[in-house]
Structure formats: structure tokens, C-alpha cells
Design a protein around this ligand. Structure first.
Ligand code: NDP
Length: 329
């Protein structure tokens, strides 16, 4: 069982003398920066000079280039996209990561796969909210927070965990519950969910759509039933609120019987082996290597797959359907 921390386990005073630089004012960066400032932390922002820079200024932050913010801060919350972190670290951060500083991530990817190797004289921690940025902000403003993970990769100061917990408290996460983990565990589970579970969902919905249309069913009804009505989103919400199986009682008995009897049949018997293979590729670094190589070549496969996905008939049909729904009866 993971150890879980709440407000009373974290002490914000460890951040009293700190300047925290939020590097990357995007989904997480904006939400975390605003929450930390409202919690009384001195926050500055480091970003490339673009629309996000302007936004941070409009939100009232002092904004600097990434190198300058990194230089001014004692704690860096590194919140640029994972696939650019390695280059940004090399170009703008490595040189100013002096002894005693703290580097905090919201996802363990670059550390887990050795793409960033910080100096042993700095603390390296993770504070990873399990939620999109807008909700991190929204729930904080409502007096609540989102669950999060904390992990310590490197504890040079002897106070790395205390600092991570204070950052978690400052973004509101200890109001809900902060689970202790490791960089490896957080990264591997996260990638597995994306590459096995969500990949299966993409595949299942596409197969179902193609089959039902081939069998003469109308696209409107198929898409409404699958996800456009919002019922599927509601079911996921109930899974987290009531329970994965307990929410079955909200469906008709016919639906419950159909789901329970057929769930054992619909997936190929070797699915478990495929999932295991995917997990192994994550663990042994094959996926990280493949993604680095794809990045080096300028993302040819990624671009082609995105293009194929945006060309799927789903896209046109759902636009048409959304308009029908918006016009209403
Ligand atoms: P975003 O895609 O929102 O981007 C963050 C910021 O990085 C933006 O300000 C962006 O600028 C800037 N940026 C993009 N490319 C570069 C570059 N090449 N050099 C310098 N700056 C760049 O990131 P997220 O907030 O989604 O992710 C940040 C971290 O948080 C990641 O580690 C991610 O795994 C983690 N995380 C994200 C969650 C989420 O909900 N999105 C949930 C939990 C963790 P611009 O906007 O101008 O492009």
C-alpha cells in the first residue's frame, strides 16, 4: 500500500525563503503557478517568448526566459512537455542547477529513462497531479484539490520529501490525498494505461463503428450510443464515484447481464500476453528509445497516424451530429 499524505503531513514554511520557478506556462504550469501563489509561495515563470509568456504576464507573474527563471529560483517545477524536456534541460537549465537547488517534475518519464541525469548535488522530486490542469485550478478555488503522487529520486539536501510535500500542499493536492510512489512506478503505470488500456478503447470503438455501419446502422445512432451523448463519460464518472462494478446497478438488468456475460468473450484470448509485451517494452526502455528516434526523425510515423485518425469518418459524422444536437428540438 502506498503511504498517503494529507494537509497536516506537509509544512509550507519550508518554502518561505524559496523562489519557485514554474518552467512552462501550459496546462499544468498555469494551474500550479496560480495555486502556489494563492498558497503564499513566491512564484516566478520561465517560458519561451510566445502567447503563454503574455498570458503569464497578464496573470500578474514576473516572467523570464527559461534560463533566467531557472537561475533565479531555488526550486524549479519543470512543466514543459515531456518530449522537449531533455533539450530544454540541456540548453537552459543544466548549467544553473547549482548545489542545493530542487528540480521537480509532474511526470517521471525523463528521469525514469535516463534522458535527464541531474547533478547528484540537487534534490530531484516529483509532484504529479492525477488531473488535467484546469481542474487542478478549479478544484483548488472550490477549496478542494486533486489527488497526486509524490516521489523522491534524489535527496541531496536531506529535505527532498518535505519540499515535495510542501509543493503538493501548495497546489492543493494534500487536501485530497497525496500518494507516495517512485519515478519508475508512476511512469510505467501511466504509459501502460495509455498504450494498453486507452489504445484498446480506441481500437474497440473504431472496430464497433466500422462493423455497425457495414451492417447498415446509421452513423448518428452509433456515435450517440458510443460517446457523443455523453453517457460513456457519465459511466466513467460513476466508476470513480460509486465503484467500477457497483455502477452496474445504474444500468438495466438486461444491460448488466449482457455486459457481464459478453465481457469474457469480446477480447482475444491473447490480450493478456499483448498487454504483457507492451508493459515489457515500457520497462526495458524499448518504447522510450522508439519515441526518441521518432522525435529525431521529425515525427514521420506520428504525423501519418494523426493524419489517418483525422481522416476517419468519425470526425465528419460527429461534427454533423453535434450540430444536430445543438439545434435541439
Ligand atoms: P503543455 O503542452 O501544456 O506545455 C507546457 C508549456 O511548455 C507551454 O507553455 C509551452 O509553450 C511550453 N513549451 C512547449 N514546447 C516547448 C519548447 N520546445 N521549449 C520550451 N517550452 C516549450 O504541457 P503540460 O502542462 O500538458 O505538461 C507539462 C508536464 O506536466 C509534463 O511533464 C506532463 O507529463 C505533466 N502532466 C500533465 C498533465 C496534463 O493534464 N496535461 C497531467 C499531469 C502531469 P506554448 O504553450 O507556447 O506551446
Amino acid at each position: 500500500m502506498n503511504h498517503v499524505y494529507y494537509d497536516s503531513d506537509a509544512d509550507l514554511s519550508i518554502l518561505d525563503e524559496a523562489t519557485v520557478a514554474v518552467i512552462g506556462y501550459g496546462n499544468q504550469g498555469r494551474a500550479q503557478a496560480m495555486n502556489m501563489r494563492d498558497s503564499g509561495v513566491h512564484v516566478i515563470v520561465g517560458n519561451v517568448h510566445d502567447a503563454s509568456w503574455e498570458k503569464a504576464e497578464q496573470d500578474g507573474f514576473e516572467v523570464y526566459t527559461i534560463a533566467e527563471a531557472a537561475q533565479r529560483a531555488s526550486i524549479l517545477c519543470f512543466l514543459v512537455p515531456d518530449e522537449v524536456q531533455k533539450d530544454v534541460y540541456q540548453d537552459s537549465i543544466k548549467a544553473v542547477m547549482e548545489e542545493g537547488k530542487t528540480l521537480s517534475f509532474s511526470h517521471g518519464y525523463n528521469i525514469r529513462f535516463g534522458l535527464i541525469i541531474p547533478s547528484p548535488t540537487v534534490d530531484v522530486v516529483m509532484v504529479a497531479p492525477r488531473m488535467i490542469g484546469v481542474a487542478v485550478r478549479q478544484l483548488y478555488l472550490q477549496g478542494s484539490g486533486v489527488p497526486a503522487y509524490v516521489a523522491v529520486w534524489q535527496d541531496a539536501s536531506g529535505l527532498a520529501r518535505e519540499k515535495a510535500l510542501a509543493l503538493a500542499k501548495a497546489i492543493g493536492a494534500t487536501r485530497r490525498g497525496v500518494f507516495e510512489t517512485t519515478f519508475a512506478m508512476e511512469t510505467e503505470i501511466d504509459l501502460f494505461m495509455e498504450q494498453a488500456v486507452w489504445a484498446a478503447v480506441l481500437c474497440v470503438f473504431t472496430i464497433a463503428y466500422d462493423l455497425l455501419l457495414e451492417e447498415g446502422y446509421p452513423p448518428d445512432e452509433v456515435l450517440l450510443e458510443m460517446y457523443v451523448s455523453g453517457e460513456a463519460a457519465e459511466v466513467f464518472k460513476r466508476m470513480s464515484g460509486i465503484g467500477f462494478f457497483k455502477q452496474l446497478h445504474l444500468h438495466s438488468r438486461t444491460s448488466q447481464y449482457g455486459q457481464l456475460t459478453r465481457s469474457r468473450r469480446v477480447f482475444p484470448s491473447d490480450l493478456r500476453d499483448t498487454f504483457k509485451e507492451i508493459l515489457e517494452e515500457i520497462r526495458n526502455g524499448t518504447f522510450a528509445q522508439e519515441w526518441e528516434e521518432e522525435k529525431r526523425k521529425g515525427f514521420p510515423l506520428f504525423k501519418r497516424l494523426l493524419e489517418e485518425a483525422s481522416g476517419h469518418p468519425f470526425n465528419e459524422e460527429e461534427e454533423r451530429l453535434k450540430k444536430l444536437l445543438a439545434s435541439g428540438p
